[in-house]
Design a protein around this ligand. Sequence first.
Ligand code: ASP
Length: 346
Amino acid sequence: MKARFSYLFFLVSWISFLTPAMAQEKMPSYVLVIHGGAGTILKKNMTPEKEAAYKASLKKALETGYRVLQSGASSLDAVEATVKVLEDDSLFNAGKGAVFTHDGRNELDAAIMNGKTKAAGAVAGVTTVRNPITAARAVMEKSEHVMLVGPGADKFAKEAGLVIVDPSYFRTETRWNDLQRALKDDSIAALKTHVSNSPGKLGIKNRDYKFGTVGAVALDKQGNLAAATSTGGMTDKKFGRIGDSPIIGAGTYANNETAAISCTGWGEFYIRNVVAYDLSALMEYKGYTVQQAGKTVIKKVGDMGGDGGLIALDKKGNMTMSFNTEGMYRGSVTKDGKIEVFIYKD
Ligand code: ASP
């Protein structure tokens, strides 16, 4: 009798001990982190109006993603909705407001990845899809492929029923003027000289014609991670150039076991360093924290001569926003709804 009573007591104690722990397990904190591009963003070159406009846009994107996460929807839904807001905002180099190619076109790249299943989708060089991030998601969910490029990707998006626009929709005067400036100090001959004068470096003289790529990483109530990145690439890009953003493992990556990552910066260096996957691998194989891994990969990019930044979020909601440029448009919202947005280094 006594033995049975002690057993019962033991059982009840364990149940009351386990229940709160299990409840906590089931409800990881949900978080969303975004970026709107990295580069030489200096306070002295910024007007108060412009600064306020950027901050308001970042806040709007965070609020949108937060509402999605709060409703219990997936991190995938959250990153897509968030990036869509930034694509529709002409301040950023993604969707409307994308930079121009050498030939005066807007060619857009985007990628999305599901950290739970490691499913991924990407489009590159699209010219008619209003929201390239939605096209990337359609590639992931409605095709048997991971990456579609050029007219084929545009055709796929149309057949998938996405919103198609005339290419002129993406045009803004600011980006057009950026191209005119870039064209002035650009010629194949000048680039060749530049490349041969700086071995190991790349032939892009003014890296700051590329500002404003956008990205989002999120952790949802179910504990799943997702990442999304969208960009117009770099002003004056030629010959069908594609950057890191739509390349899974370079500019975009998500794995529930490690982190969700979205990069921005001089794409060629991000491709060569496989930055997003490298960050994940440092966590997986070396046990680095997300912050340590973020710092390490950005240093590698810098040591090679590249610049830029990244956002990353792990399954516990730990985040990092690392960059080696003067600034990076960035922000986060945590489970309690607290929104923070930053532009400069400090
Ligand atoms: N990484 C992008 C690219 O190289 C540009 C950027 O993030 O600013 O296409």
